[in-house]
Design a protein around this ligand. Structure first.
Ligand SMILES: *Cc1c(COP(=O)(O)O)cnc(C)c1O
Length: 470
């Protein structure tokens, strides 16, 4: 109980903070007992692409937090907007025929930025919640259309769509499904377009078509009149930054059009400049009926997410003559909305997407591709500012390691941490998604630390006999 009374500041010794953390804070996606033995790394400050920890290390954040701090840490304008909004109207709901200025202004801004006739915003507090909304929304849409049997949503293995019951069910993470009896009914999964790992002897082009046609086969197997929607990330993020072959998305779009099923693009990572356009759907050339948004919407300064909905789906549900029986206390939260709006204005006014396209991406791309010269690195992918490298014991064969998947990736991640670089590992892929404002001299530091970490990892696994192919 004493800990509850302690004033917890940045100035307590790290060990004390770690002990309190272990005693009272249960972490997401964490083996908590193992973490308690080791002690969490405690982050105290952020500025631009840089973080400071409680031991005073200056860390370059290659992941923009969890892919969200698009405009970088420490922007005073957002703090000011939040303070002003809290004083003026800290909270009001958008249920029961009420609205408020921040929710209205943000929805109008999002509609202006979104492509095509994606003109309507339903707010949530996070990406997971927004995907739960999408499940409710597409099923409601088909009900109103007089096709209530259209309930099945097709997704992909190794997709990430959040961690609520609905979000985790849409996702295709086997480790998540294994805990808690998921997926919920009427959500099915097809294979992912991961050529490096699963393409075998096919060319990327052939493989992209083959994996897209699995959608058509699945629709035929289920019955086209029972399928409500297909959901996918334009580029898989948490699955390992998997960039589909060029043939994939056009074929998916053809199939969705031909069978008249709704296409949901989960833009939680790919939205708001990450791929060098406002939305990943523009980069990949697709026309979704619904987009899921969160993360970069507020650059992580406040929790907010939502669904951007096309005219047809909106009008059908809105004009059904009944309430849509769904919503969250914090749908369109005024402080989060005001912060998100200012964030979007900053992205626009400061030309941050042009910076991604014309400066940061080209500069990083050359050096990122250069990592394939490292003995451990197979392919290197980079779209806009989301990138991945595949670690492999044998590039020619695109081989996996004999060790348990993720063993080498974890080692590499630990070397990065030790070198004050945050790169994440997904299995044996290393991924980055730095703040969109990253400057060339910061990219140099990121790459220098990545090389050093790869060298150390290579030496380590070689010494331990882990450099063996499966
Ligand atoms: C992070 C993420 C989500 C979940 O968002 P939360 O805000 O964590 O609920 C959903 N979809 C994608 C593609 C994501 O990367």
């Amino acid at each position: 109980m004493g800990s509850v009374m302690t004033k917890i500041t940045n100035h307590l010794p790290t060990a004390e903070l770690q002990a309190l953390d272990a005693a009272h804070h249960m972490h997401p996606f964490t083996d908590d007992a193992a973490l308690a033995r080791k002690g969490a790394r405690i982050i105290t400050r952020g500025k631009g692409v840089w973080l400071t920890d409680s031991d005073g290390h200056e860390i370059i954040d290659g992941m923009a937090g969890l892919w969200c701090v698009n405009i970088g840490y420490g922007r005073r304008e957002l703090a000011e907007v939040a303070a002003r909004q809290m004083e003026e109207l800290c909270y009001y709901n958008t249920f029961f025929q009420t609205s408020h200025v921040p929710a209205i202004a943000l929805a109008a801004k999002i509609a202006q930025l979104a492509p095509g006739d994606l003109n309507h915003v339903f707010y949530a507090g996070s990406g997971s919640e927004a995907n739960d909304t999408n499940i409710r929304l597409v099923r409601r849409y088909w009900d109103v259309k007089g096709q209530p049997q259209r309930k099945v949503i097709i997704s992909r293995k190794n997709a990430y769509h959040g961690s609520t019951m609905g979000g985790a069910s849409l996702g295709g993470m086997s480790g998540m499904h294994a805990q808690g009896g998921l997926p919920i009914p009427d959500i099915v999964h097809i294979n992912q377009p991961y050529w490096w790992g699963e393409g075998g002897d096919m060319t990327p082009e052939e493989f992209g078509i083959a994996r897209a046609r699995e959608l058509e086969q699945k629709i035929q197997e289920i019955g086209a009149d029972r399928v409500a929607a297909f959901i996918a990330e334009p580029i898989q993020g948490a699955g390992g930054v998997i960039v589909p072959p060029e043939t994939y998305w056009p074929e998916i779009q053809r199939i969705c059009d031909e069978y008249g099923i709704l296409l949901i693009a989960d833009e939680v990572i790919t939205g708001f400049g990450r791929t060098g356009n406002w939305f990943g759907s523009q980069t990949m050339g697709i026309r979704p009926h619904i987009m899921t948004i969160a993360k970069g919407l507020s650059s992580g300064y406040a929790p907010i997410g939502g669904s951007i909905i096309c005219n047809e789906v909106y009008r059908t549900v809105a004009e059904s003559g009944e309430d849509f029986n769904h919503g969250y206390t914090y749908s369109g939260h005024p402080v989060a909305s005001a912060v998100a709006l200012r964030n979007l204005e900053i992205i626009e006014d400061e030309g941050i997407i042009d910076h991604v396209r014309n400066v940061a991406h080209p500069y990083l791309a050359e050096k990122w591709k250069g990592l394939t010269e490292h003995p451990l690195v197979g392919e290197a992918q980079l779209v806009g500012l989301m990138g991945s490298i595949a670690l492999t014991p044998d590039k020619e064969r695109r081989a996996r390691f004999a060790a348990e998947p993720g063993t080498v990736g974890y080692r590499c991640r630990e070397r990065c941490f030790a070198n004050d670089l945050i790169m994440r590992h997904v299995g044996d892929r290393m991924i980055i998604a730095p703040a969109l404002v990253i400057r060339p001299e910061e990219i140099d530091i990121l790459i220098e630390r990545a090389w050093k970490s790869l060298d150390e990892c290579y030496a380590e696994i070689k010494a331990e006999g882990l450099l063996k192919a499966a």
